[in-house]
Design a protein. Sequence first.
Length: 85
Amino acid sequence: MSSPVEEIVSVTEQLKEVQRALDLFKEKQQKRESASDAAIEFVEKASLVLDRAERKEILLTDDQKRRIRNNLLKIRSSLVRNMEG
């Protein structure tokens, strides 16, 4: 079992990966580049973090979970719009 400090470090690192993936997606979207790969990377990392939180392997606040889910929904909507257009 990991210590509280190790748990904090683990969660922090995972959230940083999710944020980097989101930032990459936003950057590509702003440049009008294909953001599909970046979106997929964000979705994969965010989903992994949310799954771990649901299994209580890591602790996230309700606000952190809500923000990740909201970003997932925004990216999904963006991808659907791009596929239709």
